[in-house]
Design a protein. Structure first.
Lengths: 284, 327
């Protein structure tokens, strides 16, 4: 009863702000643009999902930030938290409702944008669209955004100032995304691991580094999308898909389920750890 | 059963001792005024009562339950009007009240509650971000009344209210206590406290320096009252200074003014003047709560008053009273 009361309040309050509309609108517009552009040089609509997934990996977390970073920190700074917690709502219900509310919006954004991609695929691509690939893509992407929402809401839960929450989620985005993936030439995980290994005089095997590299929710997301390309991975038709998903090792981290587990674990651990701190936090 | 009971309650923030050995009992059905200057520890105490902060040491029971272990059960029976609170900007006033109704599992009519606190029903459908401070305060008052709580904690409830709102607040407090609720009333507006509270506690630098009825506190700090009488002719010698309980006297034209430290002294002064002249007019100014507050918190009593928390005795041995004598 209390959980649904907090959830309803938060969802209604968010829905009436421009944030929800902005998140869903921006995501749908970008995804639509990508799918439309890829139609110029690809016949299969699902091929556009490779580009869409990189957009989700690199840009969508930034769109997610305004939706999540004030979830709890904003209430604490404004004092609105006294409304929810002055009533017989527990702190666990409060945090859970905040997470579910924000994750619902993020998931709806994924579903709407993927549906638009499917429709555009049917209209602009020459080959018939395979809806199952889009459904699979939507499901795995939803898991990713829910995981990332959990991380961002968790950071918002452990801070009482909006400025700290903002800094926290931006830092998390950079470290878990561009840094972990190796997007930048020097400031990346590979450089750090190599430097530490050199200092310690040890060698890090490719397999060990592979486990490390796929332990971020963002890299796990890209790896976990492999079932979307079921049947075409390794057949040479799509070099970029082969490059991403043809494995040179049979280590556990090459299995899609491992990536799904990584995303799930990040979300769950972030929420549980932040709640453990929030449960005893001094409010007021 | 006491509505609020703290025993040796302490709260420290690092080196800062926000609340020190607070022993406080608020009985069911009373309106208790909680006073103190900024930084005295009032908000900290309230936050502990609500379970927002954990005590560093000591016991806190609200409505018979330990707030550190049964905070939710306490809040089920409690109504809160917090200070420094911003509502959810995009929820309407009605939705805030409905939220409280849902959380408490109550069956109140939100519009009836909003009407009771004087919030226009058209305004109740507007987002709270468009509300003035007074409207927000009325809305929060309605939220606090959901579910007929056994204990109402009002932190600066008059803040932002117009005179009509303040009057309505007093009426609501009276109605709530009539049905048996307890009201814990923290405010800087001493006049309001004086009008509605049965007893007051004064907190200074984290310590309870006074706990009693306002009348008893007046007696204890010897703040008493000022008696002014206009006479047909001022007698010479005046012979009012010798009346027991008179601290000082002064003459301005035909008006004699005597500062009395006890209640009986007021009548004794008037009798003495009536024996020696024709009294044409009189006025009596009771010491304001503000004056009492000043005496308890400005160090004239060294802030070392010992609060007698046992309500049965209704007494406070206040070192401040000694200070009051010389003030």
């Amino acid at each position: 009863m209390s959980f649904t009361a907090v959830l309803r309040d938060d969802f209604t309050n968010s829905r009436r702000s421009y944030v929800v509309l902005g998140v869903i609108g921006a995501l749908t517009a970008f995804v639509g643009l990508i799918v439309y552009q890829v139609a110029d040089y690809q016949a299969d609509a699902f091929r556009a999902l490779v580009d869409v997934s990189f957009f989700f990996f690199l840009v969508f977390p930034l769109i997610l930030i305004p939706l999540t970073y004030l979830a709890v920190a904003g209430d604490r700074e404004r004092g609105s938290i006294k409304h929810a917690l002055g009533l017989p709502n527990t702190r666990a219900e409060y945090v859970a409702a905040k997470f579910v509310s924000r994750a619902s919006v993020a998931t709806v954004a994924v579903l709407v944008s993927t549906f638009v991609a499917l429709v555009l695929g049917a209209v602009f691509y020459t080959d018939p669209v395979d809806p199952l690939r889009f459904v699979t893509f939507a499901a795995i992407t939803a898991l990713f955004v829910v995981s990332l929402t959990a991380v961002f809401v968790a950071l918002s839960t452990v801070t009482s100032r909006r400025s700290r929450a903002m800094f926290g989620v931006i830092a998390a985005y950079f470290v878990l995304g561009p840094f972990w993936f190796g997007f930048l030439p020097v400031v990346n995980l590979q450089t750090i691991v190599d430097t530490v290994a050199d200092l310690l005089g040890v060698t890090v095997s490719d397999e060990t580094f592979g486990y490390l590299q796929f332990s971020s929710p963002t890299t796990a997301y890209l790896a976990g999308l492999e079932p979307v390309y079921e049947g075409v991975v390794g057949n040479g038709e799509y070099p970029r898909i082969d490059q991403n998903y043809v494995d040179e090792t049979d280590a556990l981290y090459t299995n899609p389920w491992y990536s799904w587990l990584v995303m799930t674990a990040w979300g769950a651990v972030a929420l549980v750890a932040s709640y453990a701190r929030f449960r005893v936090a001094e409010l007021g | 059963m006491a509505a609020i009971e703290t025993n040796a309650l302490n709260k420290r923030f690092g080196e800062v001792h926000a609340v020190s050995d607070l022993d406080l009992t608020v009985e069911s059905g009373e309106v208790f005024g909680f006073l103190g200057p900024n930084g005295a520890g009032k908000s900290t105490t309230i936050n502990i009562l609500l379970g927002f902060l954990s005590p560093s040491s000591g016991k806190v029971r609200v409505l018979g339950k330990d707030v550190t272990e049964q905070s939710r059960a306490v809040r089920q029976r409690l109504g809160l009007l917090p200070e420094g609170y911003e509502p959810y900007p995009n929820l309407t006033g009605r939705e805030h009240v409905q939220s409280a109704i849902r959380s408490k599992g109550a069956d109140d009519d939100p519009d009836a509650l909003l009407d009771r606190v004087g919030l226009d029903l058209d305004d109740a459908g507007r987002p709270a971000k468009e509300y003035s401070t007074g409207m927000r305060q009325r809305m929060t008052l309605a939220v606090s009344l959901v579910g007929d709580p056994d204990l109402l904690i009002f932190d600066e409830p008059s803040s932002g209210l117009d005179p009509d709102g303040v009057s309505l607040l007093r009426e609501i407090i009276r109605e709530e206590t009539d049905r048996g609720a307890t009201v814990f009333f923290s405010s800087h507006i001493l006049e309001e406290v004086e009008k509605v509270c049965d007893r007051v506690g004064i907190l200074n630098e984290g310590e309870l320096v006074a706990l009693d009825t306002i009348d008893n506190l007046r007696d204890q700090v010897a703040a008493g009252a000022t008696v002014s009488a206009t006479l047909d002719a001022v007698p010479d010698p005046l012979e009012v200074e010798s009346v027991d309980g008179v601290r000082t006297t002064s003459v301005d034209g035909d008006t004699v003014t005597a500062e009395c430290t006890t209640g009986p002294a007021k009548m004794a002064v008037l009798r003495r003047l009536d024996e020696r002249a024709t009294v044409e007019d009189i006025s009596i100014d009771e010491a304001s709560l503000e004056a009492l507050f000043e005496q308890y918190t400005n160090g004239s009593g060294d802030g070392e008053a010992t609060a007698e928390a046992d309500r049965g005795t209704e007494s406070t041995t206040a070192a401040a009273a000694t200070g009051g004598e010389s003030a």
